[in-house]
Design a binder for this molecule. Structure first.
Ligand code: PHE
Length: 421
């Protein structure tokens, strides 16, 4: 019998047809890898926070930014999407991409979800760090839970322009009519990226300059002055203009963060009408994998002392990960017929990944959809997934793999009403 409620901490949530969070995923809440002493994610967090503490101080010499690193990941659909002007129907809201508790609540898909509540509480400069949850494919760089660090900085007229007090943050016709702000873009399309109509060009350019200098400074603080980087224009519904910072690593450009000038609607909705703001968000795993040469994202969840003792937060040398050992892979396919009338496109691979992950856990290294076809005579559709089993800490026996693979096949056939081939 399926329970009709989900309990998280002291809260009881009623399940509905949006609920798709699994017990396995719920078990990651409070894991706090970003706060675990000597853990690579914690080392990265500390170095970023330390950089911001040193870069921004008030006139009494104390850090300007406040840091929040234990905020619950349970957020409302409003916090994760509506507050950030993410339009209804935007692909990032899909049930196939997020872990919903029910139709009103989900596990945050980004730490940006906390912007309005943080600013409303009076913060002008803050950093928030925590784990985020996304349904995704399974391979060495994707894990359904990972960590982000987001920051916001609000800048008033005096701060921005110093003695040039005839300069303004807002265009005159906006000041006479603050309701005259742009209306929402249609779903998934990019808004014009030059600047928001309400802002003066000089305010935007000065803020952009500060934002980019600070983030390049952060990158150099983490990776050294010789790191190669480039800015790429992009779009987010909550910033305009928006950029991504990429760094060159082992022959590839890798995106390490997203940022931009905050949409003024968000500031107005948070009770701020006299400032311009910038925001950015970055993924801690991505940075730690580059800095420490960590090859597989599952290692961040390892409890093996052979992994954990390699890193030391007091040690400022960028120590590189040494493979604890490489255990053999074991690859098994699973093919099944979808129920009659169900088309391939109506089957979300993320549903399959979650079941497999719930049973196989971290002994699964990768899952790929290797084949799909529709039988010309019966009209039935068939899918084949290849599961690569490999444990980080031991050699798996064939018997162990077979047992897990068999369980996955059984649960998949029951849950989706499919027929294993
Ligand atoms: N939330 C964005 C992401 O998850 C990152 C971001 C944060 C971009 C803040 C701009 C401003 O990719």
């Amino acid at each position: 019998l399926q329970a009709s409620t989900i309990e998280i901490g002291n809260h009881v949530f009623q399940k509905d047809d949006w609920s798709n969070v699994t017990p396995k995923i719920l078990s990651y809440i409070k894991s706090e890898k970003h706060l675990q002493k000597h853990h690579p994610l914690s080392i990265i967090r500390k170095r970023i926070v330390e950089y911001f503490y040193n870069t921004y101080k008030n006139n009494r010499g104390t850090p300007l930014f406040s840091v929040y690193d234990q905020v619950s990941p349970v957020v409302s659909v409003h916090q994760n999407f509506d507050n950030l002007l993410i339009p209804a129907g935007h692909p990032s809201r899909a049930k196939s991409d997020c872990y919903y508790i029910n139709k009103h609540y989900l596990l945050r898909a980004h730490t940006t979800a906390h912007q309005i509540e943080m600013i409303k509480s009076g913060l002008d400069n803050y950093i928030i760090v925590g784990e985020v949850y996304r349904r995704d494919e399974i391979d060495s760089t994707h894990y359904p839970v990972f960590h982000q660090l987001d920051a916001v900085r609000l800048i008033g007229k005096e701060k921005l322009f110093g003695n040039f007090l005839d300069l303004e943050i807002f265009e005159n016709d906006f000041k006479s009519n603050p309701q005259k702000i742009q209306t929402i873009i249609s779903n998934s399309k990019c808004i014009d990226q030059s600047k928001q109509p309400c802002h003066t060009l000089e305010a935007v350019k000065l803020t952009e300059h500060e934002l980019k200098s600070v983030l390049v400074g952060l990158t150099q603080h983490l990776f050294g002055d010789n790191i190669e980087y480039r800015w790429v224009d992009t779009c987010f519904p909550f910033t305009q203009p928006s950029w991504e910072l990429e760094i060159y690593h082992k022959g590839d450009w890798m995106e390490v963060l997203g940022c931009g000038i905050m949409r003024n609607e968000i500031l107005l909705n948070s009770g701020v009408s006299n400032s311009i703001g910038f925001a950015f968000g970055l993924g801690l795993e991505r940075l730690a994998m580059i800095l420490f040469d960590i090859p597989d994202i599952r290692l961040f969840w390892s409890n093996d002392s052979g992994f954990l003792t390699q890193f030391n937060e007091e040690d400022n040398r960028p120590n590189k990960y040494k493979a604890i050992s490489t255990f053999p892979q074991c690859s098994n396919d699973l093919s099944f017929w979808l129920p009659e009338g169900v088309e391939i496109d109506n089957f979300s691979p993320n549903d399959f990944y979650d079941i497999a992950r719930g049973i196989g856990g971290d002994m699964i290294e990768q899952i790929t959809l290797v084949d799909k076809f529709k039988h010309p005579k019966t009209g039935k559709s068939s899918l084949c997934f290849r599961i690569v089993y490999r444990h980080m800490e031991k050699t798996l026996t064939q018997a162990e793999v077979n047992e897990t693979h068999g369980k996955i096949a059984k649960v998949v056939s029951e849950s989706f009403n499919v027929v294993i081939r």
